[in-house]
Design a protein around this ligand. Structure first.
Ligand code: FAD
Length: 186
């Protein structure tokens, strides 16, 4: 168990955690960011904003190519499978992760990988996937742990055709139709 000590410990490396960490380090604070993911960026980069917008952009380009008469001069319409479109999105995610990781290094923000849980008001234990535990202490803590998709009890998410916004990214086929269900405001 290694001990680290900081002025600010941020839990979560999404946009909220990153913004707070960069602001604090510019005030001269010693800052650490903890995330359970091996790669920086939070759910925003890996599951939410970035993959969804990268997918939308790829599909838009494909639709433009397929529907603009000008492109018919160079070839017939082309269709990509969902996994192929997802691969294009992965390259955007990789670039985002690289940029964020460099940003932390350049600004001397220490990153720790693992799931953080409070031991006392000034200390968290950080458990990595291989079970290693380290202790991180801080004067201040900022919780930027984001959110996860709501799964109502009456919907069977173990069904092979039912996904939430996280699990849909692992779809290994191309659905012909999609029925979108939004949960009404709680
Ligand atoms: C499909 C989809 C599309 C979206 N599109 C947009 C969009 O176009 N524009 C927009 O503005 N917003 C969009 N959003 C919302 C946006 O993704 C979120 O608002 C944003 O990710 C919130 O950022 P955050 O920093 O609060 O947390 P997150 O990005 O959720 O990051 C939190 C991080 O904390 C980690 N974490 C949680 N608990 C612990 C713990 N105990 N120990 C260590 N790490 C922990 C998580 O693993 C995660 O990596 C979209 C969301 C979804 C799902």
């Amino acid at each position: 168990m290694t001990d680290f000590s900081y002025d600010l410990v941020v839990i979560g490396s999404g946009p909220a955690g990153e913004g707070a960490a960069m602001n604090a380090v510019k005030q001269g604070w010693r800052v650490a960011v903890i995330d359970e993911r091996h790669q920086a960026g939070g759910s925003c980069t890996h599951l939410g904003t970035i993959p969804s917008k990268a997918l939308r952009q790829s599909v838009r380009r494909m639709m433009q190519y397929n529907t603009m008469p000008m492109f018919r001069a160079v070839g017939e319409p082309k269709w990509f499978s969902f996994p192929e479109v997802m691969k294009a999105a992965e390259s955007v995610i990789t670039k985002q992760v690289e940029g964020r990781t460099k940003g932390y290094a350049r600004n001397r923000v220490q990153t720790h990988i693992g799931r953080a849980s409070f031991v006392n008001p000034h200390e968290v234990s950080v458990t990595s996937r291989d079970g290693k535990v380290l202790s991180v202490a801080g004067k201040h803590f900022l919780l930027a742990t984001g959110s996860s998709p709501y799964r109502p009890d009456d919907i069977d998410f173990s069904h092979s055709a039912i996904f939430d916004s996280d699990s849909i990214l692992g779809l290994d086929s191309t659905p012909r139709n999609i029925l979108l269900s939004m949960v009404p405001e709680l």
